[in-house]
Design a protein around this ligand. Structure first.
Ligand SMILES: [Zn+2]
Length: 162
């Protein structure tokens, strides 16, 4: 077979700053649409997006070159900017600095989509995956005092919430 095929499924998860209840029902759709738009712009298909008032999950399919740190940085920045400058300017909205990115087996796609779409139910019933939700409770890395750069993500801390 000489044809090349790239098909990678990645489950992304990240939270709001200090788990603040920023993603209120009135802005949830705008936040999700901004995240979908940015992931799509980076060449990914978004198979599912969901979450609760303090975090999001996104399942993407990548079929080519993908720079996950840049895509997540851009998705956070775009959604945050949209909410704080246009949709609800007086509303506190900020993402946490880090994120989790997990590979997904193609045979598990349907389960992951269901898991993401039923986030509110999972969290209400406390049946969420502790493994997948781990990154939400990990403390944000403190920016390096000299450079203002997060050591964990290599991303300028100010850029994540602007
Ligand atoms: Zn969750």
């Amino acid at each position: 077979m000489r044809r090349s095929l790239i098909e990678l499924y990645i489950h992304l998860v990240w939270g709001t700053w200090d788990r603040h209840a920023c993603i209120t029902p009135d802005i949830e759709e705008d936040v999700y649409n901004a995240l979908i738009a940015k992931c799509t712009q980076h060449g990914c298909a978004v198979l599912a997006v969901g979450g609760t008032f303090d975090h999001v999950h996104i399942l993407i399919r990548a079929t080519g070159v993908l720079n996950i740190p840049t895509m997540v940085h851009d998705a956070k920045g775009m959604s945050s900017h949209l909410i704080t400058s246009k949709v609800k300017p007086n509303h506190f909205f900020r993402w946490q600095g880090g994120y989790g990115a997990f590979s997904v087996d193609v045979r598990s796609i349907d389960n992951v989509i269901a898991y993401i779409k039923n986030q509110k139910k999972h969290h209400a019933e406390r049946t969420e995956s502790q493994y997948l939700e781990y990154y939400l409770t990990a403390p944000d890395p403190k920016p390096d005092a000299a450079t203002g750069t997060s050591l964990e993500t290599g991303v300028h801390a100010g850029g994540l919430s602007s």
